[in-house]
Each structure stands twice: as C-alpha cells, then as structure tokens.
Write a protein that binds this ligand. Structure first.
Ligand SMILES: Nc1ncnc2c1ncn2[C@@H]1O[C@H](COP(=O)(O)OP(=O)(O)OP(=O)(O)O)[C@@H](O)[C@H]1O
Ligand SMILES: O=P(O)(O)O[C@H]1[C@H](O)[C@@H](O)[C@H](OP(=O)(O)O)[C@@H](OP(=O)(O)O)[C@H]1O
Length: 322
C-alpha cells in the first residue's frame, strides 16, 4: 500500500474532516512536513521517535490510531512523555512535540534543550510564550506593519480589560471602539474556557463579562475565513464558514452580549461551498496555525489566530488577524 492510500483515510476519514482533500496534496504535505522535521524517506535509520507532551483532549483529536499506525509503518514512533519526570530521564527522542506545557515540564524542557541539542523540540516554550495571551500574540502582526499594492495585514482595534468589568463601558468609549465587539478570554491556553467567545451589541452589557479579556472590533468579512497550516515549507489553506456580517440594522435591533460556539472548526469546512464571487475572489485568509521553519531548532513562533481578509472600497484586500 502506497503512502497516499495509507494517509488519505486518516486525513479525510479521521472524523475531524482533515484539511487535505486529495491524495497528491496529502503526499506532498507529508513529504514537506517530514523534510521540515528532518525526517528523510526512506528513513535513514531504523525509526524516528517522537516524544509528545499533550493534553488528553489533544491526544484524542490529534494522535488518532490511524495516524499512529501510519507513522509506525513509516518507522515513526510516538512515545508519551511522563510530564512529572525530567525529559533527560526518558527517551531517547529524535523530536519532541508539545502544546500548552505546564510550568514543571516547561522547566524540564529548558534544561533538556541544553543537554540534547540534537533533538528537535517543536515550539520551544520560551519561543511561544507570547502566544498564550491574545494581546501579545497579535502584537507581532501589528508590528509587521505590512502593506503592499495587494493590500495590507492588520489586526482589529482592540482593548484589554484585566479586571473590574464595571469599568468596561467607559474604557470602550475612551478607546473609541465601534460596536459590535468580540469579547475573548485574554488567556489562550487551549482550555475550553479559552475558546468561549461572545459578541457584544451594546457596551453597557459588557459589564456582565469576566475579565481578563480582549475586546475586538467585529470585522465584517463575508462569513468566510481561511485557516493556513504551515510547517516549514509545507503550506495548506482551508476555507471555513465564519460569523456572518453584522449590518447596521441588525446592530440597532440587537442588544446584550451573546456567546457563540466554535464557528470555524474543521466541521465548518467551506471548501466546497458556492461563495459570492466578490467574496471568494477577494478573500483569502485565515486563522494561522503557523509552525514556521524557525521552529526547527531556531527561535520560533506559532500563531493560531483568525485572520480575516476582506475587500474594501479601493479593491485592495486587508488581512486582519483576529
Ligand atoms: N474581530 C473579529 N471580527 C469578526 N469575526 C471574528 C473576530 N474575531 C473572531 N471572529 C470569529 O470568531 C471565530 C473564533 O475566533 P478566534 O479564532 O479568535 O477564537 P478561537 O477560540 O481561537 O477559535 P479557533 O480555535 O476555533 O480557531 C473566528 O473563526 C471568526 O469566525
Ligand atoms: O481544527 P482547527 O480548525 O485547526 O482549529 C483548531 C484550533 O485553531 C486550535 O486553537 C485548537 O487547539 P487548542 O484548543 O489547543 O487551542 C484545536 O483544538 P483541537 O486540537 O482540540 O481540535 C482546533 O480547534
């Protein structure tokens, strides 16, 4: 059985509606990702050991039996890291994979990287610390100040409220933010709570929210967003349904703060949807799951945020990380 036959069932049939649609894309991506991780096919050695420190939720969604079986057939073994013990007492590992490390293991990681420079640690804790906070994670985008003839990359105007919800209405007025606002927990630690977002139609209802949080201006973007998955040179864009635009009439006829579900998850694929040509032609954007090649043994950053691009009157596109 070739690589494609082995991978496609997992990728598309894994129940999560994986991001790849056809065999060539799957094979190319696996090759690119493997190359980015320094894994050459056929494997130069007997096997590659990937140590993982993941939450049970992440193991359930990522490390599915089909992936483990496929990896094993290719000589890649996934081994759970005991998060209560030093990494140096475990292994040996060729690659270490983790997400949302708790402090003990983050401490072990720092020591381990010094004593095991030959091991590829994906997303070293100190390189992704700024991504656990919805204010600091967007700062790197704002600092890019990227604008070309094709358009510009931007972040929504936003306000961080660390405490005292009663101060929010005045703070919103002072900051000059325009309703509606998206309220997001400030901490982005992968917990269910960190994904509890709300849409606020009037600012006085904001008193009901629980700081620490970020308030972002809602960006109308045609109800479609795109997620870009990048590992090294491997790039994959998937189209997802998003929150619909909020028109002035809807704003006038609605009040309060409404919690909304995980709208742009894998099950909300819009890859095959017929989109308004104006939208499809001009929107091309996403929530970035970015593991750039600097993650491989270099200072790295991982961003996983909604990036909304929408056409504006002068026809140039504006990409807004949200
Ligand atoms: N400023 C904004 N303007 C318009 N829509 C937004 C904005 N911020 C977020 N959204 C909508 O809310 C969804 C979730 O936002 P975000 O990605 O910030 O939260 P999240 O919990 O990290 O989501 P996920 O983990 O599912 O990608 C986005 O996919 C988009 O549909
Ligand atoms: O399935 P896509 O569209 O790629 O969205 C992902 C989110 O962008 C990630 O933020 C979620 O991981 P965390 O819940 O650990 O942040 C991640 O949660 P998961 O790994 O439990 O599925 C996904 O929801």
């Amino acid at each position: 059985m070739g690589l494609q036959e082995e991978i496609v069932p997992y990728v598309n049939g894994g129940g999560g509606g994986g991001p790849y649609n056809d065999k060539e894309e799957v094979e190319d991506t696996v090759m690119d990702v493997s190359a980015a991780l320094g894994i050459g096919f056929p494997l130069q050695r007997k096997h590659v050991i990937v140590g993982y420190a993941l939450t049970s939720k992440k193991i359930k969604s990522f490390l599915q039996p089909k992936l483990e079986g496929l990896a094993r057939n290719k000589g890649i073994l996934f081994v759970a890291i005991d998060q209560s013990r030093p990494l140096s007492d475990q292994g040996p590992f060729d690659i270490v994979l983790h997400k949302h490390l708790h402090t003990t293991l983050a401490f072990f990681f720092q020591d381990y990287r010094k004593t095991h420079p030959e091991v590829t640690v994906l997303d070293p804790p100190d390189a992704i610390q700024h991504l656990h906070n919805r204010q600091s994670m967007l700062q790197c985008v704002a600092d890019m100040n990227l604008s070309t003839s094709y358009g510009k990359v931007d972040v929504p105007r936003q306000l961080v409220i660390k405490k005292d919800a009663s101060s929010i209405p005045d703070a919103v007025t002072k900051a000059g933010l325009t309703l509606p606002l998206v309220a997001k927990p400030l901490v982005a630690d992968g917990s269910a709570k960190s994904h509890e977002l709300s849409l606020a139609y009037d600012q006085y209802s904001l008193r009901k929210l629980e700081p620490p949080l970020v308030l972002q201006e809602f960006i109308n973007h045609g109800g479609v967003l795109f997620k870009v998955y990048i590992v090294g040179e491997a790039i994959k864009v998937v189209r997802r349904f998003s929150l619909p635009d909020v028109c002035k009439r809807e704003l006038a006829n609605n009040a309060g703060v409404c919690r909304f579900p995980r709208v742009s998850c894998a099950a909300a694929s819009a890859d095959d949807a017929d989109l308004d040509p104006v939208i499809a032609g001009e929107l091309f954007c996403s929530s970035m799951i970015l593991l750039d090649d600097s993650s491989i043994n270099k200072p790295c950053c991982v961003s996983d945020k909604s990036l909304l691009i929408y056409s504006n009157p002068d026809r140039a596109s504006t990409a807004t990380f949200a």
